[in-house]
Design a protein around this ligand. Structure first.
Ligand code: GLU
Length: 509
């Protein structure tokens, strides 16, 4: 493909937290732009003032920046196609709406909410439970198709509230050529006469999206599958406004499904099943309610991007770990699947674990330090850097570093004493008491020396090392985890080692 003027856009509405599906849409747009040397535009679709939420735009930008997919143009990075907030483009839409009326592709409608309700009641039937404003019903409503020209002018002059609706033709096929789905044919009888301009003079999403994609010279319009039913309206608008040859190429990305595959993954599923659905923590400005995000849950942005890319796309091989530069190189819209992609939190954590393993101790240092500090453990950078390699293979979330490292700094809060008790006897107590005495005199406090001393002492008592090593670990760290036990003893030092063993022995008595 000739890489001429590739321009894609991510067009979120600032209505709340950013769902992982939204981030994936942004990511796929970003990857496509990078691959083709194009531009990735952020457009804030804030025409619906009723749904506008304070702080949501800033939050979206922060999420994109955390993910490393910042826009080339947008409200905070002006380009030549601004402004990039629809509310600041308000005056442009009216003239297009009027042009459509003049061309008889749209009409004024003066119906009150009560009249709309009456129409729905009147046309309701078993086969049509929620009648639409369309080629049939509009003939019985109060609009510029049924009123005389005089009546229309009088209404407008008298300030009677009106909307402008698109006049969807009856019985026509509207064809969408989708880069993922191929040819999708819509029957116009199933599409209603969508409002294009609202009574408050603001455009609806349908008009604004087409006008802006045209004016911003968008070459490819990629968005989630939930927008597929709107495509016929948009295609007709491109045609009616005389811009058909400029229409972007479309692709509708598959839905991200609940873990059981039954329906679209929602924020509520995350709350119910205990995993994040938003990219970052989102605080509702009205209720103050906080919804957890991937970032705060302990995900690395590299892992988040990687797992999102694989929700609905692969490069044709079995490779799963990709960094963003490689994704940009290999990405292609044609390799996106049509079917929905099930979200699996265990798999998401696996991706994060892989990225933790791949990160250097220096890269992880600030993140791990923050996790420790949140848990009131303050330590030197040197010490944290030296400990990270010992435990990073055991961490899937950044917060796991707390569990895996806390016992290097403080005695464990809890000891899984039952796990020791199951196979405990007096001989073992005696052994440990004697070994403690030996430890007190050990000068070279190294893992190797400690292991030697332990094994010698065991052999002289005819006990098995295996039977005591696990209890020793539990005494030192609190549970069955952590790096080699003599490494731990060596790092926590003589006093702590002895104190922890003695403490457990009192619990066993
Ligand atoms: N404003 C729409 C949204 O919130 C954008 C849909 C589109 O990309 O056309 O997702």
């Amino acid at each position: 493909m000739a890489d001429k003027q590739i321009r894609v856009r991510f067009a979120p509405s600032p209505t709340g937290g950013l769902h992982l599906g939204g981030v994936r849409t942004a990511l796929f747009n970003y990857l496509f732009a990078r691959k083709h040397g194009g531009k990735f535009v952020l457009r804030i679709e804030d025409t619906d003032q009723g749904r506008y939420v304070q702080g949501a735009e800033e939050y979206i930008l922060n999420c994109l920046s955390w993910c490393g997919i910042s826009p080339d143009e947008g409200p905070h990075k002006q380009g030549e196609f601004g402004p990039y907030r629809q509310s600041e483009r308000k005056t442009r839409y009216l003239s297009y709406a009027k042009k459509l009326v003049q061309l008889d592709y749209a009409y004024y409608a003066f119906d009150t909410p009560e009249e709309l309700d009456l129409m729905r009641e009147k046309f309701k039937s078993l086969t049509n439970p929620s009648p639409q404003y369309n080629a049939i019903t509009r003939t019985q409503m109060k609009n510029s198709l049924t009123l005389t020209e005089d009546e229309v002018t009088k209404n407008i002059d008298n300030g009677v509230p009106f909307v402008i609706r698109i006049k969807i033709p009856a019985a026509q096929n509207i064809v969408l050529n989708d880069m993922i789905r191929g040819e999708v044919i819509f029957n116009s009888d199933e599409v209603d006469d969508k409002v294009l301009l609202k009574a408050d003079g603001m455009p609806t999403y349908h008009l604004a999206v087409v006008v802006d994609d045209y004016e911003m010279e968008i070459s490819h319009a990629f968005r989630g599958e939930e927008w597929l039913p709107s495509a016929p309206v948009h295609i007709l608008l491109w045609e009616y406004l005389g811009w058909k040859t400029h229409m972007p190429q479309w692709a509708h990305f598959p839905l991200i499904l609940k873990p059981d595959g039954k329906g679209k993954l929602s924020k509520r599923d995350g709350d119910r099943l205990g995993f994040p659905v938003y990219a970052m923590d989102w605080t509702d400005p009205k209720s103050g309610e906080i919804t957890k995000g991937f970032k705060e849950m302990g995900f690395l942005p590299e892992a988040f991007i990687n797992l999102l890319a694989l929700l609905g796309w692969n490069d044709g091989s079995s490779q799963e770990i990709f960094e963003i530069a490689e994704l940009a190189e290999k990405f292609s819209i044609e390799r996106i699947h049509k079917g929905g992609a099930k979200f699996d939190f265990e798999k998401a954590k696996w991706f994060n674990g892989e990225w933790i393993k791949r990160s250097s101790s220096i890269e992880l240092l600030p993140l791990v330090k923050k996790v420790l500090e949140t848990n009131e453990i303050n330590s030197s950078d040197e010490k944290i850097v030296s400990l990270i390699p010992l435990v990073k293979d055991r961490c899937q979330l950044l917060n796991d570093f707390y569990t895996q490292l806390a016992y290097f700094f403080q005695d464990p809060h809890e000891i899984d004493i039952n796990a020791i008790k199951a196979k405990w006897d007096d001989a073992k107590t005696t052994f440990l008491r004697e070994w403690i005495e030996e430890l007190k005199n050990t000068l070279k406090w190294t893992p190797l020396n400690l292991e030697d001393s332990f094994k010698h002492a065991i052999a002289s008592k005819q006990l098995k090392a295996g039977e005591l090593q696990l209890p020793l670990r539990i005494m030192l760290v609190g549970g069955k985890f952590g790096p080699p036990v003599f490494d731990i003893a060596s790092l926590i030092g003589k006093d702590s080692t002895i104190r922890r063993i003695e403490h457990s022995l009192t619990l066993l008595n």
